[in-house]
Design a protein around this ligand. Structure first.
Ligand code: PLP
Length: 357
């Protein structure tokens, strides 16, 4: 018995199709496709008609090129390996005005997307003036081999926040930039801004935009709670097994460093073969696990084990489900365990058995 991380492939595709609908989606496949596996994700997304991918890592971008020879690949972090970008036909962000002036000659033949910094302040040109400065300088550049400005983009940092006005502020600032540039006669092959939360909030791809740049919804987790569970479905299961059930009594301490104090005689604890070493977050272990269709409280988390308080119905070799379609990653996101992607990224794919069904 070993703990298992498994994905229902048909359900993964079905969800991606449902999220995509008839829209153009740039699938975010960074961090090994949110840990679902880059090869797997590219294959499934390609099957349902997604041909545009983005990541933050050059290594992943090069891997995508091998997996999808005709795909459009967008690198969201700037790198300095300009020859590799050309060789692998990878489009890249322009992260700042200074990067432009330092490297516009090095960037010849590379497709570049102008990035607007907006409220996240992680990267990008700071204002419409900086964007226009690059566009005008580029237009006046007489070199025969120049970079190609093919895209315009930003990232919304507040699309999953509802109690503050910041999403509206960053959205309005961005739309004004897009509208102004279009009114001034600039054109772009690609304009993209929306992550999953913005894509669902807007119920579509924004005006003038060619793509929504979606990650977590394609992987089956809701970015915010008011989206129905039917709209975004989880294909991932993470489960361990009951190794044995032990009886403990009032006053016993179980787990390391007095982790759980027993308050009732004849308490039954299932010892389960999955722990933080497999990627179960400590915050997740404050909640329940699903055994034989019923939820039981996790009482202590160790590296390779956990204790779950159970009843007489639970026995050795019963499956203990930490995540599946009925006990979803996003449920725990909304309970404050950590972001969807944080829970997914924690999974240890070296210790868990990995299965695509
Ligand atoms: C720049 C950028 N775009 C898009 C996404 C996708 O976001 P989500 O997974 O919320 O759809 C991310 C994710 O962190 C990102 O960093």
């Amino acid at each position: 018995m070993t703990a298992i991380w498994s994905v229902d492939t048909a359900m993964f595709c079905e969800n991606a199709k449902r999220v995509k609908q008839d829209n153009n989606i740039m699938a975010v496949v960074k961090n090994h496709a949110y840990h679902y596996g880059l090869e797997f994700a590219i294959e499934q997304f390609s099957k349902i008609g997604i041909d545009t991918f983005s990541t933050t890592s050059l290594k992943e971008a090069m891997c995508i090129r091998k997996l999808a020879p005709n795909a459009t690949i967008f690198l969201m972090n700037a790198v300095y390996d300009f020859d590799l970008l050309r060789e692998y036909r990878i489009q890249m962000t322009l992260p700042s005005l200074s990067f432009y002036y330092e490297h516009f000659n090095d960037l010849y033949d590379i497709a570049i997307h102008l990035e607007f910094e907006n409220l996240l302040h992680r990267s990008g040109l700071k204002s419409i003036d900086e964007i226009k400065e690059v566009l005008q300088h580029h237009r006046q550049n007489q070199q025969s081999r120049k970079m190609h400005i093919t895209g315009l983009w930003t990232h919304f940092g507040y699309a999953d926040e509802f109690d503050v006005p910041d999403y509206q502020i960053e959205r309005d600032a961005w739309i004004e930039i897009v509208d102004t540039l279009i009114a001034d006669g600039y054109t772009f092959d690609m304009i993209h801004a929306q992550n999953s939360a913005s894509y669902f909030r807007e119920n579509s791809v924004l005006k003038h935009h060619t793509h929504a740049r979606v990650g977590i919804a394609l992987y089956g987790s809701r970015p915010y709670q008011s989206i129905t569970e039917e709209s975004i479905q989880q294909s991932l299961t993470v489960k361990g097994n009951v190794i044995q059930v032990r009886e403990v009594n009032k006053g016993d301490y179980c787990g390391y460093s007095f982790a759980f104090e027993v308050i009732k005689d004849h308490t039954k604890l299932a010892v389960v073969d999955i722990g933080y070493g497999d990627g179960i977050l400590k915050s997740r272990a404050k909640h329940e696990a699903l055994i034989n269709g019923k939820r039981y409280p996790i009482r202590a988390l160790m590296m390779s084990h956990m204790f779950v308080e159970v009843d007489d119905g639970i026995h050795a070799r019963d499956e203990v489900i930490l995540y599946n379609k009925d006990i979803r990653v996003d449920e725990f996101t909304f309970k404050g365990v950590g972001a969807n992607s944080e829970q997914l990224s924690a999974m240890n794919h070296h210790s868990l058995i990995k299965e695509y069904r």
